[in-house]
Design a protein around this ligand. Sequence first.
Ligand code: N01
Length: 870
Amino acid sequence: MGAAGAQDAQQVDVAVVGAGFAGLYLLIRLRRAGFTAVALDTADDVGGTWYWNRYPGARCDIQTTDYSYTFDPELESAWHWSEKYATQPEILRYLGFVADRYDLRRDIRFGTKVLTATWDEAAQRWLLTTDNGKPVSCRYYIMASGCLSAPKPPEIDGVGDFKGEIYFTGRWPHDGVELAGKRVAVIGTGSSGVQSIPKIAEQAARLTVFQRTPNFAFPAHNGPSPADRVAALEKDRADYRAQARMSLTGVPLERATEFSWQLSEAERRQRFEKALAAGDLVAMLSQLWADQGGDLEGNALASDLLRERIRSIVKDPETAEALTPRDHPFGSKRPCLETDYYATFNRPNVTLVNLRQEPIQAITASGIKTDRRSFDLDVIVFATGFDAMTGAITSVHPIAGRGGKSISDVWASGPKTYLGLTVAGFPNLFMITGPGSPSVFSNMVVSIEQHADWVVDCLMAMREAGFTAIEATEAAQAGWARHMADCSQLTLHRLANTWYTGANVPGKAPGLMPYPGGVGPYRTICDEVVSRGMLGFTLSGPNGAAQCDDGEIVRLQPDVRLVLNMLADLNLPPLESFGAEGARGFVAQFNATRPAGRPVGEVLDGTLAGADGPLPYRLYRPATPGPHPIVVYFHGGGWVLGDAQSDDPFCRDMCRRSGMIFVSVGYRHAPEHRFPAAAEDGYAALRWIGEHAAELGGRPGPLLVAGWSAGGNIAAVTCQLARDRGGPSIAGQLLVNPVTDCTFDRPSYVENATGYFLTRSLMYWFWDLYCSPADRTDPRASPLRGKLEGLPAAFVVTCEFDPLRDEGIAYAEALAAAGVPVEQLQAGGHFHSSFTMVDVVATGVDGRAKMAEALRRFAEVEEAMPKAAE
Ligand code: N01
């Protein structure tokens, strides 16, 4: 399309692709904001996904109390849903009602496919060609084309040979399909299959279900909306909606806070039965126990209960087993709500074909041929899913951005976006619920409203400021990719082949597409981008006006960000202002609110001989048969605070991961006992433990030493003293965020002086209480100043947002320079307490797994726990 095309074109401020939930709301907002807009849709009416997916049994699976627009309270009171989960025709009626109420159809070009979209650099506009009517020239182009709108091709040989009828659930004929008396096949057992199979079985003479992967499904219990949910909504609609917007999923349900190991088997079953009775995806995915979504052991408990239910319904054991998902953790693949799904396989007219045992060879003229059998059929239904998210954009048409760059090329190795809203190189192009945003991990309507609001607010602000072009920077986009990867560590999605990661489409580049960090956190991030001057965007306008605040919007690990925000909200006085006793009390109180640590084989308290009298210790023994290597552990707390209890979750976790005994030493504290009391206690404890290793259940041979923070300091010092004072022999040292030097001038002390819990002034205070300035250069206080040759192998952990970062790195480098074998873990996005806040900072798991591996390497022992469980 040349310049002439642009002149002929329909001129609007904004063009939108799609007239579903997103497109309709955009039109309302754009019109109210005074922008001219047009929406284009290939369908001949509104509805989007609900226009196309008319297969039998199609319903929403987020409750209608929540699966509704929330922008207009009058709309909310004008519409009443008839059921908890509305059918497709009712949802379509709702969207038609909305289109009429706001008179939207006049701005929608139905039956119109956009063929190409090209950024015109000179005009700073998008030019769209269409298959029906005028091209469109727009300043801003918004893809509201949904996440699951491009059906996947069948990928099975011989489809064209079949003489019977073929249907796709995602393109179901509008006047229905007559299935009575016919032999029908359904291929695919995702949500579309699970919803349609029971309905098709009721109509067809014979139904054969071809299943490649069984999915987790549990009952929808459809009916009227639950009274408690309706009451909560009606009690305070604004508050209910506000909670939904800040929740993780877009549905305001409390999440479980107790961990599976804190609940008895009976309590777990009770929770499971409650979630089962609720018939709610979000409840089952989040209300069992806190570790169900991110931890394999916690997840397995939920998965087993769901599997048990399948066996209790399906009568034929072989069919029941074939329907039982075993290749992925519950929730890692989109689970389904079902109505009579499993019971359908008890019907005499239904057969399940397990494609894992007999793959389809081809579709033939008469039916489907597997490795073992042939099935004669009249109808084949493909419920085989979609080229999700990126496909919902790239399959619409070629999009050519700046310099003619194709979005398909940019995404060839996986989706790249900033906030899931924009793509670098594609000015003035927005995506609603695009890849990189919460989208399909959330209640879509809540996410759609948030995106549409953000985009229209952005366009209004640009108009106000005189800008006409906006584009994400490459740096911001790369930062978002890193943040996405950080968030995905909190989930188990990596363990399933799903459309979430593109694994369902042969040849598609892998990568988790939806944003797994939650709706509420995501909303605050988008708002922060705005409050920080459109961070990560270049804005420009006529007459050379330009603005760019470049940078990454989230540099912290997602859970570290939440913890720090929570601490900031508490607005606590500085710890040092409490005095030593007060600070100890405060920390003990704070620790009492933590989740209880995980069970280990045994925990016992005892007394050992310190440098100047008895000291308490706590021993953690693995559940595996002993004897085990012993790790002598020193807790953190600036030589002033802390005890075995304070580092209890860390010791338990490391004991389990490493398969080693951890002995946490209660060394003396300052200011009552100043330097070198703690250091000398450390060495004395090491000797005592070495002498009593066999009694403690320890393996003969060298000990290991570990410590966190000031405990890392004591651990490092203890290794130096053991070398100089004739033993005992140490196989390796694990130093986690150690204090190694008494100066405060390294860059990390400046960069991270405040805001990351351990502050510079707190460190000043700790040093003052522990050690007089004259003593601080003693290697027993500042091990970095000691002789480093001949020390045991070390694993040194430092965190990016920690004042102690650089002295930890300096110690590792100095050890290496002295010929000591050293490995470093420089943990990006983490803060001083990341690794010891076990079960709070879940992104610390990977780091602790590496620490345990290092200990095992030092001690030359095999793996303690199966890798996947980490
Ligand atoms: O698609 P899917 P869907 N040979 O990709 C199988 C939403 N939704 O349309 O798992 C044989 O989930 C494939 O097998 P496998 C919801 O978010 C919501 O069902 O790849 N089998 C799988 O079993 C949902 O997650 C509702 O091994 C083949 C199935 O086909 C998303 O849409 C209702 C195959 C596809 O499952 C997609 O659901 C419906 C082949 N060549 C959908 N190719 C609500 O309730 C694929 N399969 C709101």
